[in-house]
Design a protein around this ligand. Structure first.
Ligand SMILES: N[C@@H](CCC(=O)N[C@@H](CS)C(=O)NCC(=O)O)C(=O)O
Length: 286
């Protein structure tokens, strides 16, 4: 698999790479970025935190405004930032709205035409991308991976974690879309990618998935800003997730409501150190 390096940037003592490759999963070009902390080598590989971005984003938004690598560098943690959807396609409706299609994959495998050929982001993020990254970068430790994300990416992090017990050591999310089958963003995305069968939606909904979690403490950290307009508009619904956690008796779930914070990178960056340290703790770095 040929990997094209678009940029190599030195930052906080580590290497930040912008990369692109041709994906066999999405049948499109895919972009991603990776931060390799100082000191990582094939004999001392760094654990990895995967960060999934939100609606409208490329991997650039968080890497320019989230400052996660500033904290990851000190702890010896690598960061992997996948893109939010396939690129280079022009499917019907794909680019018409900011909350569906391009940059809005919801990290699921579409089953409906015309999206199913390319919008296979769940398989891409859980299989092809890690296989590629760990075969190309021997300074990264494939046995130690955690996952995090913001908004749509928070939904992606929580659901991929819940669907794949053991694949990730911990999960965290800023302002996740925590009950997508009950909110307008999720209804639009699931309707468009999967269809009208609401039973099928539940397989991609963190609040539904956590009800049958039987794999011990969840090791989850969630932050939500009380000044977040999308929270106020009931797109995020973290209380529904909390209620499901409580009812199922799932342990080690911390949900924090941060007074006055909005949905932006001012919020993400403020709590970035906590999320990086949460992953670092479960990856054996702290
Ligand atoms: N485009 C939307 C906002 C979408 C939005 O806030 N996206 C978040 C993720 S859910 C984001 O990170 N946007 C990119 C940025 O702020 O740099 C609007 O105009 O209301």
């Amino acid at each position: 698999m040929a990997l094209e390096t678009k940029a190599t940037i030195t930052t906080f003592g580590g290497r930040f790479l912008k990369l692109s490759h041709s994906s066999s999963t999405t049948s499109t070009p895919m972009n991603f970025t990776v931060f390799i902390p100082p000191g990582a080598s094939s004999s001392k590989p760094a654990p990895v935190l995967i960060y999934l971005s939100g609606l409208t984003c490329t991997p650039d938004n968080v890497t320019e405004k989230g400052f996660l690598h500033a904290h990851a560098s000190k702890l010896g943690l690598a960061l992997l930032y996948p893109d939010t959807s396939p690129r280079g396609t022009d499917l019907p409706g794909e680019h018409d709205s900011w909350d569906f299609g391009s940059a809005a994959s919801f990290y699921i495998d579409a089953t409906k035409e015309p999206y199913k050929k390319h919008y296979q982001m769940e398989s891409y993020v859980t299989k092809e991308l890690p296989e590629l990254v760990f075969s190309e970068f021997k300074e990264l430790d494939k046995t130690k991976v955690s996952i995090a994300g913001h908004s749509m990416g928070g939904h992606g992090a929580l659901t991929l974690y819940l669907k794949n017990p053991g694949m990730y050591k911990s999960v965290s999310a800023w302002a996740p879309i925590a009950n997508p089958s009950q909110c307008p963003w999720g209804e639009k995305a699931f309707g468009g990618y999967i269809g009208d069968d609401k039973a099928a939606w539940k397989k991609h909904d963190a609040t539904e998935l956590v009800k049958s979690w039987k794999n011990g403490p969840l090791k989850a950290l969630i932050d939500v800003g009380t000044g977040d307009n999308f929270y106020k508009q009931k797109q995020l619904l973290p209380e529904n997730f909390e209620a499901a956690v409580k009812e199922a008796g799932v342990e080690d779930v911390t949900v924090r409501y941060q007074d006055g914070y909005d949905h932006s990178y001012f919020f993400i960056s403020t709590f970035g150190e906590d999320h990086v340290k949460h992953a670092a703790k479960h990856l054996g770095l702290l």
